[in-house]
Design a protein around this ligand. Structure first.
Ligand SMILES: [Zn+2]
Length: 225
């Protein structure tokens, strides 16, 4: 019992699995399993504001920089961008590893500072944990057993956008969620940000300023996530 009391985040992680099991019911395998693990890591680090480390029996997973997470012998690197998503059958389809892609996005949204993803070079201004919690919880309720990483990214952006309508978020704050998903490679689709926000995209992405701002990616025009 003493150990349990010292590991509040481990308990929160496991408790969130129980909540997930009664709500979205993400299948615990491959990408939906990674989404499942991500939600448990996310709500575990939300129980206090000390840091972004999810403790576990092996050590910790670092949501702020997944590449710094504890790795035992034989483990693959923890990805922080969808270009690095793992596809082997290890760990039920790498559920504890691929969840780190959404973990990184969650950190970029939930932090209060400005963070630039080292791979995509996209900068995200964090909006704080309390607003992030609301976005993530609403997205969890929208999930389904087969929801994968990209679909969850879409649900999170959708959730943020709906919270703009409810007055919880500003449009600028919702835009940061979209930028975070772009930063970790979980979307190359369009942007609902206001014209002046421009999403700060680079490379293959081009901001098209119209009455309804859009972004074209590799010649394909997309309205939004
Ligand atoms: Zn777990």
């Amino acid at each position: 019992m003493q150990r349990l009391c010292q590991c509040r985040r481990e308990l929160a992680h496991e408790f969130t699995h129980a909540v997930t099991g009664k709500t979205a019911k993400f299948v615990y395998k491959n990408e939906s399993g990674a989404v499942n693990e991500h939600f448990s890591d996310f709500f575990a680090v939300m129980i206090d504001t000390s840091d972004w480390l999810q403790s576990n029996p092996e050590g910790f997973r670092d949501l702020s920089d997944p590449t710094r997470s504890t790795r035992l012998s034989g483990w693959p690197a923890f990805p922080d961008h969808y270009d690095e998503v793992l596809t082997s059958s290890f760990d039920q389809g790498n559920v504890h590893f691929n969840g780190s892609i959404l973990n990184k996005a969650a950190f970029m949204v939930g932090d209060t500072g400005t963070n630039t993803h080292p791979d995509s070079n996209i900068e995200v201004q964090g909006i704080g944990r309390e607003k992030a919690e609301q976005i993530w919880f609403q997205a969890l309720l929208s999930g389904s057993p087969s929801t994968g990483l990209q679909e969850m990214a879409r649900l999170l952006v959708q959730s943020a956008q709906s919270l703009v309508g409810g007055g919880v978020l500003t449009q600028e704050e919702a835009c940061e969620v979209q930028k975070a998903m772009l930063a970790v490679g979980l979307s190359e689709l369009g942007c609902r940000c206001d014209e002046e926000l421009e999403c700060q995209l680079e490379g293959d992405f081009v901001v098209v300023v119209t009455d309804t701002p859009e972004i074209t990616a590799n010649g394909t025009t997309n309205q939004c996530l």
